[in-house]
Design a binder for this molecule. Structure first.
Ligand code: ZN
Length: 232
């Protein structure tokens, strides 16, 4: 078995590579497939097998097989030229994959209840260095989102109002420290969900992995959330 460009750098990376390939296998059953994800399949450590299957079904828009590690989530994504968010550090390939996942979500499921959880997971998994206030705010607020959705099971209808209250009550946000690596799952985990319940299940798995990677900040986030909800 050929080693992937990132395998062996760290234990979690090699495990994630294996998971990445399992997603690639599932992708073949889902039509239509965002072209960028084909490049993700080609990047896996059994790429020759995937290529043989993929070429019979799809014509990738991304021609290069080269991948780069996303600076936020660490996942290998196609080395494409494209837009990125101004203060959410990600590779163009990773950012593009999020866009593809959300477009596919809206097309197939409408505004899915898991939509916000996907956004929270992605943003919390792509923190900046904290020098930009918008970056600090983004990580803080989206960790609040993960906390209320995953621990308190707050209805997704109520989360936007909660975010608004957090923003109204704070003029600045602390620099938070991620306890571990970015986690075993990335936005690729969301690719190929067969229906809305599976999409939500995957979003919860990804969200829990991201939330756990910030375990050292859990109490701070819970206290902030408690203060917000206790303030009239
Ligand atoms: Zn990423």
């Amino acid at each position: 078995m050929a080693a992937s460009p990132l395998s062996g750098a760290a234990g979690w990376e090699s495990r994630r590579e294996a998971r990445w390939h399992r997603h690639g296998e599932r992708l073949g059953a889902v039509l239509p497939l965002p072209s960028v994800l084909i490049a993700g399949v080609l990047a896996c450590h059994r790429s020759a097998e995937c290529l043989a299957r993929g070429q019979t079904l799809y014509r990738p828009r991304v021609s290069s097989r080269a991948t780069v590690a996303c600076p936020g989530c660490g996942g290998p994504f196609p080395n494409i030229v494209g837009p990125i968010h101004s203060y959410v550090p990600s590779s163009p390939g990773c950012w593009n994959t999020l866009g593809e996942v959300q477009a596919d979500e809206i097309r197939r499921f409408g505004y899915d209840p898991a939509h916000g959880l996907v956004v929270d997971a992605y943003m919390a998994q792509h923190p900046g260095d904290g020098t930009d206030r918008r970056d600090r705010q983004s990580v803080f607020v989206h960790l609040i989102g993960l906390c209320v959705r995953l621990e308190q099971h707050t209805s997704y209808h109520l989360v936007p109002d909660l975010f608004q209250r957090v923003l109204q009550q704070r003029s600045d946000f602390p620099v938070l420290s991620r306890s571990h690596g970015p986690g075993l799952l990335t936005v690729v985990h969301m690719v190929g969900a067969s229906d809305s319940p599976e999409y939500e299940r995957r979003a919860r798995e990804w969200g829990n992995a991201v939330w756990e990677s910030w375990s050292g900040e859990h109490e701070r986030i819970r206290r902030a959330l408690h203060a917000t909800t206790q303030t009239p």
